[in-house]
Design a protein. Sequence first.
Length: 402
Amino acid sequence: MKLKYTYTLLTAALLQTAAFAQKVNIRKAFDHAEKQTTVMLKEIQKAKDPSKLEIVSPRTLEHGYLKLVASRDWTSGFFPGVLWFLYEYTGDSNWQTQAKKFTTEIEKEQFNGTTHDMGFKVYCSAGTGLRITNDAHYKDVVVQSAKTLATRFNPKTGVILSWDHSRDKWVNPVIIDNMMNLELLFEATKLTGDSSFHKIAVSHANTTMKNHFRPDYSSYHVIDYDPQTGAVLKKNTHQGYSHESSWSRGQGWAVYGYTMCYRETKNPSYLKQAENVANFILNNKNMPEDLVPYYDFDAPGIPNEPRDASAAAVIASGLYELSTYSKNGDIYRKAADKMMNSLSTRYISPVGQNKGFILLHSTGSKPSNSEVDVPLSYADYYYLEALLRKKNLGENKSLVKL
Ligand code: GLY
């Protein structure tokens, strides 16, 4: 049975609270982000180990210390993306200089075919640089990255393989996060005229729509496929509370991913899917009043469970774009506004603290007790992206690719 989700009284109540009355101040938020990122650039220099030159990008705080990661880490592209967003908003060429420098450190990932995280690493860095500067060099990086990512597509399963690791648990694991890599493929077809990348993206989106979702439109995290037949072997979690629970960031990847797929294809089934996932999120009985989710919508200790500000940032950014396509756009835009208001007031780092991270209170992986209630570079990235989308919405500008 398919549950019908519409604009419920719960959603209405959530959107009418006093907190929503405040408006997100985009200028103030970027001013804060500039101050924090200036701190971060200094902290990166202090934290760098001359004997480990491959360690390039900030990811999180570990016991109060800044944790930097190599370009192969799935989070390496987010800080370069933050720098590009600061350049885009301010027009200050110093941010462009830093953005180029940090993007250069990531570019070798264009040849790394051992992971699906190409979109996160290369599209958020070089892809954002391409959008903003139209530099032909970034075009080459994006196209090569798409070629490398395409090697992970299996026509028998119809999906891109996510992980090479965890072979003790899964034969051919595909995670909902992988929807985020499809934007790179759509872009590569537009840049080259080679439709094979677009076709892979569509196949992945369709197969994921068929296998990754429950009747209430919540998403599983990991689907394991038989690589010979394409049969689904397991429906599991990795970072959520349990196999049958709804990991919050995963729901965010889903709503953002299908909204982006609708933008790129105009296939109405993707729009419907994005709306259904958005409604699952916004109508969830465990969604807190401030619309910043707990790390899992079914975490057993709610309300004493960690929040995930990164999930809120991803969802808000996705909802802003969805608001431009959906007949319920007003609801989605207001919900995103409320999330952004919460993030920018209650989840924001005091200036000069937390080594320059912008947002606090994200959760990487609660089940492995890793990165619980900490800043995370991807929370900052999607927060700034959402702010830029909100700004463009306010100015009636296109949100395409932003
Ligand atoms: N893509 C990994 C995560 O969302 O934690």
